[in-house]
Design a binder for this molecule. Structure first.
Ligand SMILES: Cc1cn([C@H]2C[C@H](O)[C@@H](COP(=O)(O)OP(=O)(O)OP(=O)(O)O)O2)c(=O)[nH]c1=O
Length: 208
């Protein structure tokens, strides 16, 4: 196999593409998979992240299979969920969503869960769930308003993006940082290598 192995990233998130690239992996194709992200009743945040990453990978596989020139490939998908205790925070779409999320996160710890799902060219399905604990400083209303005005929260789980302005809200982070941004790199690369994908084929020698 070796160099013929193709990798499809089942995601429309620019962050996930960038994170993979940061790890030296260039997906051969990016195929966003739209799935219903509504939590089930009383669903635990970790179960939701795992279930949705699987749904995304399977949806991408189905759409690949419907193509005339279908060829088996590695398919990688992820889903990131922010939760305070068992309470799942929404992917903020409105200013109200963002204000409510940030109010809940202010001055306390929350958890970020990413489910990752890999389907191999041979059809095996592998999953991981990665958890990061994040503690935010207390956010006075003026600071929440200023952050909301930046728009950085739009489309982000929990109404913030740690890779931007909200990085300065973090008092403590325990676990994987890339997991919070949307794709835990250590675990994703380990999963891929464990299934025989050679992640290092595109590495270049740095020029001074
Ligand atoms: C907490 C947090 C989330 N996010 C983003 C990552 C994800 O894009 C998004 C969570 O939504 P997801 O549903 O995990 O992903 P998505 O819909 O953006 O992309 P796709 O399903 O096509 O892969 O929140 C950040 O960028 N920074 C953060 O600090």
């Amino acid at each position: 196999m070796g160099i013929l192995q193709k990798l499809v990233l089942a995601s429309g998130s620019p962050r996930r593409i960038e994170l993979l690239q940061q790890a030296g992996i260039e997906p051969d194709r990016v195929l966003p998979a739209d799935v219903d992200e509504t939590p089930l009743r009383a669903e635990h945040p970790r179960s939701l992240a795992k279930r949705l990453s699987k749904d995304k990978a399977e949806k991408a596989l189905a759409s690949l299979k419907s193509e005339e020139d279908y060829a088996p490939a590695f398919i990688l998908a992820a889903d990131t969920v922010v939760a305070v205790g068992r309470r799942i925070l929404p992917k903020a779409e409105t200013i109200d969503d963002a204000v409510n999320c940030l109010g809940l996160l202010s001055g306390r710890s929350h958890r970020v869960y990413s489910g990752i799902c890999l389907i191999t060219p041979g059809g095996k399905l592998r999953q991981r769930l990665v958890e990061t604990r994040v503690r935010f400083k207390r956010l006075p209303r003026e600071e929440i308003d200023a952050y909301v005005a930046s728009g950085e929260w739009r489309g982000k789980a929990g109404g913030y993006a740690v890779q931007g302005l909200a990085g300065s809200f973090v008092v403590k982070l325990v676990g994987s940082y890339s997991n919070v941004v949307g794709l835990p790199l250590y675990e994703s690369v380990a999963l891929l290598s464990g299934e025989g994908f050679k992640p290092h084929k595109n590495w270049h020698v740095a020029r001074p």
